[in-house]
Design a protein around this ligand. Structure first.
Ligand code: PMP
Length: 395
């Protein structure tokens, strides 16, 4: 066999350089920064002190001493890695207890843990749908839901954002089995989906799936999320997915619903079957987060006060904040990518971390700053941010 030279080896990868340069030219190049220390509003990133408004750790539980102690105790008892998939021998008593607790809290028959929300979304669509089925999605749904539709092989139709009538027309025009899926709190817009109307429309006609990644732990009288906020039962919203890496401060995700739904996922969801279970210590830590949220309304009310305060002073300063709904995600739409990038860069130089979100993550011409609030922000932190925003935008 002839010897392969280094130049020959390089060839199949050469086109990557061109693609990267194209992304740079289009101002779509993504870059990471390095965080030294825990997730909290005042952090050290790339060696510099910054005030962060970009975390999904809405309640400040990622660095809570009680949650960390539960994580340590879990690691002491169960070790670090789960060592196997749930269906082999990775499913510990801690995982099982967490599933039962999540089912109880969300008022669903059962719950099933997944290693990430991305995997849960892929698994649901792949297990429930086939090539002959239809999946209808809000146009602004999270990327993982769109990828889920692709993986399932079902036909994907996207309806205009929050447009229940547009969805109704699509449902009337088909005889296929349909899964309707929607973010509950839209991840790049921060507004709430019209869940009661969607539940009413889909009742008896389509399976409704709600991704409550950003509402779970935050909304509802006990923090059980958007479905608790709207008082929607399992029969009205049969499929709930929520993540544990945001307000709960840990990692992973779960699906909650009927016994039949959960058993179907265990039998058929490839992203459940063929992956290592999350570490049991994480399940222990998550149980502690849930205990704190259910027993202590204080972090949630502090977060709500911060959201209200931000909306109030942003309005006073004349900032055109997006949906203006009382969720932890607030957006300032700036238009062109370059404009959003410039303001994000100025904020960074002034000691704030607020990401610019650009196409293709959001529609063209709608580049924006995505500001997320935490229960750990002080009003003074919010004052400083709003002053800086007003200064840079008016410049
Ligand atoms: N759904 C939504 C709406 C999200 O925002 C995210 C995370 N950004 C996910 C799903 C994926 O969750 P995870 O990070 O646990 O994979």
């Amino acid at each position: 066999m002839p010897k392969t030279t280094l130049t020959q080896l390089k060839k199949p990868m050469q086109h990557l350089r061109g693609r990267l340069e194209d992304l740079q030219a289009a101002h779509q190049y993504r870059q990471r920064r390095i965080l030294d220390g825990p997730q909290q509003p005042h952090q050290i990133i790339d060696g510099r002190r910054v005030l962060a408004f970009c975390s999904n750790d809405y309640l400040g539980l990622a660095n809570d001493v009680r949650v960390k102690a539960a994580f340590q105790a879990g690691a002491k008892h169960f070790g670090v890695g789960a060592g196997a998939a749930h269906l082999i021998n990775g499913h510990t008593r801690a995982h099982h207890h967490l599933e039962e607790t999540l089912a109880d809290w969300t008022g669903r028959q059962r719950a099933l843990l997944f290693s990430t929300g991305y995997m849960a979304n892929l698994g649901i669509a792949q297990a429930l749908l086939g090539r002959d089925d239809l999946i209808c999605q809000d146009r602004l749904n999270h990327a993982s839901l769109i990828d889920a539709a692709r993986l399932s092989g079902a036909r994907l139709q996207r309806y205009a954002h929050a447009d229940v009538e547009a969805l109704q027309r699509r449902l009337q025009a088909t005889q296929k089995q349909v899964l309707v899926s929607t973010d509950a709190v839209f991840s790049m817009d921060g507004d709430l989906a019209p869940l009661p109307q969607l539940a009413e429309l889909t009742h008896q006609r389509a399976m409704l799936m709600v991704d409550d990644a950003h509402g779970f732990g935050v909304l509802g009288s006990s923090g059980a999320g958007s479905l608790e906020h709207f008082s929607l039962s399992q029969s009205e919203v049969p499929i709930l997915m929520a993540t544990l890496g945001k307000a709960l401060g840990t990692a992973g995700a779960f699906v909650a619903g009927s016994d039949e739904l959960i058993e179907t996922l265990i039998q058929a969801a490839r992203t459940y079957i063929y992956t290592t279970a999350m570490p049991a210590a994480l399940a222990q830590a998550t149980l502690e987060s849930i205990r704190i949220i259910r027993e202590d309304p204080e972090p949630r009310s502090r977060l709500q006060e911060n959201i209200d305060y931000f909306l109030h002073i942003a309005k006073q300063q004349g900032l055109a904040i997006g949906g203006r709904q009382a969720t932890p995600i607030q957006v300032l739409i700036l238009g062109e990518s370059m404009h959003a990038l410039r303001i994000a860069e100025q904020l960074w130089e002034a000691g704030f971390m607020v990401p610019a979100i650009r196409p293709p993550t959001v529609p063209k011409g709608q580049a924006r700053l995505r500001i997320t609030l935490s229960a750990l922000h002080e009003q003074e932190d919010i004052d400083r941010l709003v002053d800086a925003l007003a200064n840079f935008i008016q410049e």
